[in-house]
Design a protein around this ligand. Sequence first.
Ligand SMILES: Cc1ncc(COP(=O)(O)O)c(C=O)c1O
Length: 463
Amino acid sequence: MDGTYSQNDLSHVVAADKAHVWHHLIQHKPFESKDPNIIIEGKGMRVWNQAGKEHLDAVSGGVWTVNVGYGRERIARAVYDQLMKVNYFAGAAGSVPGALFAEKLIEKMPGLTRVYYCNSGSEANEKAFKMIRQIAHKRYGGKKHKILYRDRDYHGTTIACLSAGGQDERNAQYGPYTPGFVRVPHCLEYRKHEQAGAPDQHYGEWAADQIEQVILAEGPDTIGGLCLEPVTAGGGVIPAPDGYWQKVQEICRKYDILLHIDEVVCGLGRTGTWFGYQQYGIEPDFVTMAKGVASGYAAIACCVTSERVFDMFKDDMNDPMNYFRDISTFGGCTAGPAAAIENMAIIEDEGLLENTNAMGDYMLDRLAELQGKHAVIGDVRGKGLFLGAELVADRDSKDPVPEAQVQAVVGDCMGQGVIIGATNRSVPGRNNTLCFSPALIATKDDIDQIITAVDGALSRTFG
Ligand SMILES: Cc1ncc(COP(=O)(O)O)c(C=O)c1O
């Protein structure tokens, strides 16, 4: 292979992939008898594979990433121009796009002031964990070092992030884990019958109270941070119930616990506001983001903090250890913030937050229609263009359908040229939610096409 390929004959690309690429997230045995999917081109909401087959992408690049859609020349040109100017310098120095994107980002995040650049969602979360740990050492003799995370949430792939991971199946076989991470219960109202003591009324407050119970059991003076997704993504598309967030905020203030919101999926418009936490009036100390920040046109992630947090790292100039002693080599790549500036401008210029709200409502209605038709849909939920449909064998017992059947629905849609997602191998026995996260440019026609595909797939899979 010499690195060149023919647009018309991709057989050697497929052969090279099969021989050498270790794909993410999937088993490889099937590739001994069939070809992997190789995405050749994308435009708007659509991608084409090596066979030339067109797919409507209802999951923004598979994992909630390509928020502004494919083929954005404006972003590509900005990245090109920036790379020709200067591609990289370590983050101890500044860069033009780094400064300008930080300024624009902070305009959208009242109450927060500082942007720490890195290059993946996992890494951004690790930065927040490290900052919380360092604050514990600087201020509390190391005692206030524990970090709370929630059942069913996911914060990334590294060992520390898995230690903060509430998805036991995803974590399995990768231990032992980092000490000092403590789990709190989930807040999925649809499954409250599985939680001992959950009330019929005011479930949101009760779910938040469960966090306080954990804090009291562990000792409030040992807890430094609480890390939560604003809407749980891969754990089942779970928006928190009414009353939850206000109580969470109160609890954090009461026990002086830093609130870290993981916006890796919700960030940059996915739920119809710039950030998911802004739907709920939350005032976080840390916000981490990655996927939608530059819609996958370049790698970029940010850990954004309040000035209060930042100040804790610069209060004693005479102490040589008194700063955040951390580096992210590729956090100094300029392509990321250059792409992110244009990505944000596109969302503004094209009114994509408004579109996300309008199309999100439309899609939720269409999913509710499907729920009326297919008994297997037990619950539909979500915010903006971040939606889920939970599939159950029986609406009364709410027993989940087997994961294989959920995957059959996904496979059927794929056969029809529509890429949807599903929770998979994450929460044991609870991988039964179809996931939808089309780009923020989605139209009614796109959504109708997605719904038609799911309708047909459900009929064929469940009768
Ligand atoms: C909520 C959340 N946080 C963090 C991550 C990790 O991001 P990355 O894969 O960029 O490390 C993900 C990835 O799916 C995620 O969904």
